[in-house]
Write a protein that binds this ligand. Sequence first.
Ligand code: GLY
Length: 261
Amino acid sequence: MISYGVVAHGGAGSPMELSDGCRAACESAIRMLDAGEGSLDAAVEAARILEDDGRFNAGTGSVLRIDGRTIEMDAAVMDSAGKIGVVINVREVKNPVLLARAVTGTPHVALAGRGAEVFARQLGFAPFRDFSMRVGRRAPSDTIGVVALDKKGVFAVASSTGGASPMMVGRVGDTPMPGCGFYAGARGAVAVTGLGEESIRKMLARAVYDMIADGTGAREACEKGVGMFAPGIRMGAIAISRRDWAAAAKDAMAHWSIIRE
Ligand code: GLY
């Protein structure tokens, strides 16, 4: 049985050599969980570290849109205590996951585009333009994500993405869509990574969560979830429950976990 812990991934397609980044993220989160802090803040902190790493497709490492100059990012946070916050297509924000966390303190669930950026400036987030500006026909890897369970038994998830590529300006994937890119409930938390258009069609995060809630182990649930997609469709998932945790992907996916039994 898991007492508390954290699992982080660097995105579907991220080489295992990048697991050191996930390890650093988990080490920071577990220090918070050891100290009794909540799973939502621990997951957000781990996701912030991955956003700042520069090697992952989120935050500083976000990929460019098809026009070759635009970066738009999505992020989401949710916990089993009822908190949920989402930002969609934000530009010039260093840490979209911190902005999504801040949305949980408003009457709203989601803020998009210009309104989200205005909110960021009101909070004191300075305009940020120092992205890696990576170009490519296909993003080297996908959305990062973190799931956590704290000492009080609250599950949480935090995800952040620069999107897929190639993608149009304004395109939105699964990362900010509840039940598609992320889900947390009383029985666990799930973070999904991969081609958003496909994950949205199957509401993948909720599908994996429902299997766990019905008693399926996290490993089997994640493997069944990513197995729902045709070969060649990049997809991955991580999950944590009271019983177990898992990371599953159709190809490489850097990840790390630190679990206290
Ligand atoms: N999974 C991230 C995206 O498709 O935007």
